[in-house]
Design a protein around this ligand. Structure first.
Ligand code: FES
Ligand code: FES
Length: 162
């Protein structure tokens, strides 16, 4: 057993877990944050995407001990001050979900791609970047629309703040 400590959604947390514990199980079982989903456990579906030190990572592809000392954000950590994150709001507005199982991973992937591409994020890039995230319900069209809308809105907010 090893003590794994990290900053999770801005809060210092710690838990004693087996060395083989995956980050996704640490988040869901040791820290009781079940917004991060497990769709496959084999790095295929993207339902488990979280941010580790600001970058999107499939949390089933990483051991919890590898995230010791890291800054980790899950979908529960995106909203602030009672307001949804713009990407969450865009998914709701543009009907980017049906059953919602893939949605946490989709949203965490989207936030990371918007951070990297900003206003240059176009539909082709969004579709390419979503290759690691599987949705069995929506046909992707509204997910792409929601991400594009959020990227445009966040770029406009950034420009207005400058
Ligand atoms: Fe991690 Fe499917 S549960 S990619
Ligand atoms: Fe059901 Fe994507 S909304 S899997």
């Amino acid at each position: 057993m090893t003590t794994v400590s990290m900053t999770l959604n801005g809060k210092k947390v710690s838990a004693n877990v087996e060395d083989r514990t995956l980050l996704v199980h640490y988040i869901r079982e040791a820290q009781n944050l079940t917004g991060t989903h497990v769709g496959c456990d084999t790095s295929q579906c993207g339902a488990c995407v979280v941010h580790v030190n600001g970058e999107a990572v499939k949390s089933c592809s990483m051991l919890a001990v590898q995230a010791n000392g890291a800054d980790v954000t899950t979908v529960e950590g995106l909203a602030s001050g009672g307001e949804l994150h713009p990407v969450q709001a865009a998914f709701r507005e543009h009907h980017g979900l049906q059953c919602g199982f893939c949605t946490p991973g989709m949203i965490m992937t989207a936030v990371d791609m918007i951070r990297r591409h900003g206003a240059n994020l176009d539909e082709k890039t969004i579709r390419h970047e979503l290759e690691g995230n599987i949705c069995r319900c929506t046909g992707y069209h509204n997910i792409v629309k929601a991400i594009k809308a959020a990227a445009d809105q966040m770029a406009a907010m950034k420009t207005a703040a400058e």
